[in-house]
Design a protein around this ligand. Sequence first.
Ligand SMILES: Nc1ncnc2c1ncn2[C@@H]1O[C@H](COP(=O)(O)OP(=O)(O)O)[C@@H](O)[C@H]1O
Ligand SMILES: [Mg+2]
Length: 361
Amino acid sequence: MATLGVFLDSGVLFRVLRRRRVFEAVHLYEPAAREFGLNLVLFRPRGLSRRRRRVRGYSVPGFRPVSVPIPEVVHNRTLQSASSRSGVRWLQARGVHVFNPIVPASKHAKHLLLNRSAEVRPYLPSAFRLAPGWPARLETLQRRSGQFFVKPSFGSRGQGVIRIASAGGGRYRVDGVRHRVVGRRGLRRCVRQAARRGPHILQEGIELARYQGQPFDIRVHLQRGEGGHWNVPGMAARRAHSGRFVTNLTRGGSAHRVREVLAAAFPGTDRERIYEHIEQASLAVGRAMASSYPRVADLGLDVGLDRDAHPWILEVNLRMLRLSLRDTGEHEAWARVYRNPVAYAHHLLTTGGHMGEAGTT
Ligand SMILES: Nc1ncnc2c1ncn2[C@@H]1O[C@H](COP(=O)(O)OP(=O)(O)O)[C@@H](O)[C@H]1O
Ligand SMILES: [Mg+2]
């Protein structure tokens, strides 16, 4: 029986072993592993015994310490730390099928990659790197909604995200940790301050549709599964906390069932059509990512809808935190999130990873 290794960061692995509430529900891998006839081992970067060519990890079920030969296929769920990157490279050099690979993580790099895809472009807000000369390019970002976003290129969880909207008469409303209205010089000062904290991108702002009076966006889980095909196991809507403009759950956002939110936000519109439109846009993102990084298999998209229900790809996360579907109680969708990687592992093992790599469905 072949072994599927699940590669986790140490901190996450230990919380799993202590059965702490964590975003990895590893027990959900189990029924899928039985279905596809795979052994499961959880391991962390330090579990690689490079000289002995073995992996020390923990069995699922049971979480017993085990030592096994290098797994044939590895589901990489680590963040891209130095030790996990080196582990991934070492495994790849041994011929192990590793999904997900190491991918440039900056928001700017991902924007450039997606912007190359003609089928993604209609869903991609304009964006560019914050660099000298940025004020001259502002107009393209404000064209549609009169607002733009400044975001740390390596940020997450809504940290450091600033929204800037024109307030008329050459004034701008700046919403970040604080709210203020400034003139052109004040605006330049705010943006320069952000630039000092590291690389940032400027992105066209989308006037997000609202639910219960607050803006919302949609977390789309996007994965490859059976046959190597891209699919969307589930989506969850995230509504901003009142007075906030970011929907991140770590910033007070709340998770809601997507169909309920679509029905409420767009009364009189066919919500299934909106759902499918979001799905189509997301699948295009999967194909674009995979054309540069063939074994990308696990993405979390932040998709905003404007007032016309047109989807906009606000962000592509390389390792999605899998909270939202649990929070909305969509257990079947949540189970699919864990079945997909096992199905994909099985696909890689049976085809050697040569077929369906560009998986188009
Ligand atoms: N261009 C945009 N237009 C409207 N809202 C946005 C835009 N970009 C980000 N947001 C809001 O800010 C949140 C955080 O931005 P995001 O790019 O996802 O950064 P992070 O990596 O911190 O999650 C999004 O979930 C969304 O609610
Ligand atoms: Mg985000």
